[in-house]
Design a protein around this ligand. Sequence first.
Ligand SMILES: [Zn+2]
Ligand SMILES: [Zn+2]
Length: 159
Amino acid sequence: MYIELESVFNREGESVQFDYEFSLDDENITTPVKVVGSVFNRTGIVGLKATAKFDYSTQCAKCNKPLLRHATVPIKHTLISHVENEEDRDMYIVVERMCLELDELVSEEVFLSIPSRFLCKEDCKGLCPFCGTDLNESTCNCSKPADSRWDVLKDLFNE
Ligand SMILES: [Zn+2]
Ligand SMILES: [Zn+2]
């Protein structure tokens, strides 16, 4: 979605609200991304504040259990209509021709917000490396191979 920001840039106190959704072409994101927020001019500084909500599917890095997560991503930026020096591009969102392509901005934040590694719970025990049993749900009879290095360490600590 494009938002026309000329009036916001030109007038203190002016704001534009938005509340819409768009679909992101990503196999893990299972719902449209719902975006609610506003762009406002406060004492000459133009800010954007929004939240993006969506669901996505992933899996536990230890036990491979499929997981469905709800995400709420806060988005906050200062917008400028022209660049004065190159550092501006790192600090602010440059709005060319006072027209902001919101989907692009939100998509970037959405992708950045999704962690690359998930656990179904903090203390997920994972799968047995020998037989594949989900150790959160049951135990198996695979005996851990005796590790003699461990015994040596234990002896050291006991002395
Ligand atoms: Zn797990
Ligand atoms: Zn096992």
